[in-house]
Write a protein that binds this ligand. Sequence first.
Ligand code: FES
Length: 103
Amino acid sequence: MDQPGFKKAALFNQLIDNKSVEMEVENMAVMLHRRGEMVYATGVYCPHAEVRLDPRNTAGDLIICKAHGYRSNIKTGECLEEPDMKLNTFPTVVEDGVVWIKF
Ligand code: FES
């Protein structure tokens, strides 16, 4: 990886397709979402009222907050219920079987 600012987050083959997992990368909690050959990274807090999201509570590209049901897109961060709110998203690169994240 020769792009500045990227941190090693996981091995690609440890991630299960269509599943999301929470992990720490350099003391920061993040969520990784594998969708096919792509891996998306988001923050772990709901944009509505900062309740911690559950990585098991996803449907396709959406993660659904158990507090009030707000749905956020894991690829874009867009919150369907409140367009002015956004789930944090972070750039990722998968290279030679390693998932890199920048935040
Ligand atoms: S805190 Fe997540 S929907 Fe309200």
